[in-house]
Design a protein. Structure first.
Length: 101
């Protein structure tokens, strides 16, 4: 069964559980600051592993000491779905171990 788009209210309610994440332009987004480039790169690699496990991929932007994610579900017409929140929640759990803030 294809992923179903979430309503704006569902998105807003779910975002309350994910501080730092927001809905912008029909996507869930989050930017992290890290101590240096190595830490940022390590976070990107860890996120990539999670994305492979979930078979759901975000756009990742790696900066010197930052990582930004932007995600939506292509198979749902580019809408935000439960799959996007599952990815965001997993990333949010591992980010502190990399020193992300």
């Amino acid at each position: 069964m294809p992923a179903q788009p979430l309503s704006q209210k569902e998105i807003e309610d779910r975002l309350r559980e994910l501080p730092g994440w927001s809905a912008e332009g029909g996507r869930l987004t989050r930017a992290y600051r890290l101590d240096d480039h190595f830490a940022a790169t390590a976070l990107v690699v860890h996120v990539a592993r999670i994305q492979q496990e979930l078979d759901h991929h975000s756009d990742l932007t790696l900066g010197y000491d930052s990582v930004a994610l932007s995600v939506h579900t292509h198979s749902a017409g580019g809408a935000v779905t439960e799959k996007d929140f599952a990815l965001a929640e997993r990333v949010e759990r591992i980010a502190p171990a990399h020193g992300a803030r």
